[in-house]
Design a binder for this molecule. Sequence first.
Ligand code: SAM
Length: 364
Amino acid sequence: MAGNKFVGSIHNLDLFSYLHTVYPAIRIQKSCAEDIRKKLFEIRAVDGERKFIRDGEWVEIPIRAEMVEEAKKYGEIVEQCKPLFKERPPAPFDIIEKRMDIGEKKALLPRKWELFVDVLILKIPEQLEKHKLKIAEIYADVLGARTVLRDVGGIGGEYREPLVEFLWGDDAETVHLENGVRFRFDASKIMFSSGNIDERVRMAYLPSHNEIIVDMFAGIGYFSIPMAVHSRPKKICACEKNPTSFKYLRENILLNRVEGIIEPLLGDNREVCPENIADRVIMGYVGKTHLFLQKGFSVLKDMGIIHYHETCPEELLPQRPILRVRANAKDSGYKVLGINLRKIKSYAPGIAHIVVDAKVEKRN
Ligand SMILES: C[S@@+](CC[C@H](N)C(=O)[O-])C[C@H]1O[C@@H](n2cnc3c(N)ncnc32)[C@H](O)[C@@H]1O
């Protein structure tokens, strides 16, 4: 056990770990190594980052530092001075960079991307225009994508549609799994914001079991489906104006078996959303959401909660969205019982995507 230190007690090891990283191992005779190895794997004590070290008749089994107390009943604990680490597979970007033969322009290659199962969305700068097909081919190969889309204009328009160009493959339909929910959509026609994941998860677990909910901007079911799957409200009216999104909303309802909970409604929410029925209203839209607040309040029962989204310059936070909700509540005959603002993500430099949760009650 050349160079190893014997670590007699856990207290010694604690002290070591304050000073430097410790690499504990159990040193045992080869003849009993197999049994001990199995037991240590069972209690998840083996450090998967390091290799076993064979030294004549002895074997050192690497142990996770936090498992030393548990592991020491199986043998003598030593601290390895020269641990052997397993080689890590290279990161995908390193492989891509190596395979691209574009000299100094490699510095411009996208280091981040969106991958929905096997549909990849890339932002490729103008300077790489003439290499875009080669880039698509190599990224597709390394990341296992069947289709590569180039994001050429972000998300825009009333329907919040992505502006993309097909670089590789011709079918962008995918089924993305998130938090136990399956979202089918065509990534060349429909947005899916990875940055909103925390909000989708938060909405999924709100205590809405006994509620009637109206989702005014349902899209493909970004909020409605996780809520139906995880909280099983009495009913969700999910309203969507874009026929393409609506088609996927209906498919996702069936795919997640929540057809008994969600009623999809096609059309402009100002025309098709029922009024005076909701315990909770979801207004998950950005851009001009404030223009829909009057409708949002008309959908509520005498008491309820509104989740109002907007994109707002940082310097106008938190006042602007809160004042907008308060003013519309007042005009609609409601008093605000409680109000809270959360930042969902940074939307653009200096602009935040936020959500205001407001609990309101009708004035007498
Ligand atoms: C794309 S979603 C917003 C995304 C969502 N916040 C998320 O978590 O990713 C907004 C949806 O509202 C729909 N929409 C826009 N105006 C509408 C209206 N007046 N009535 C119903 N749906 C509308 C758009 O077509 C779009 O599908």
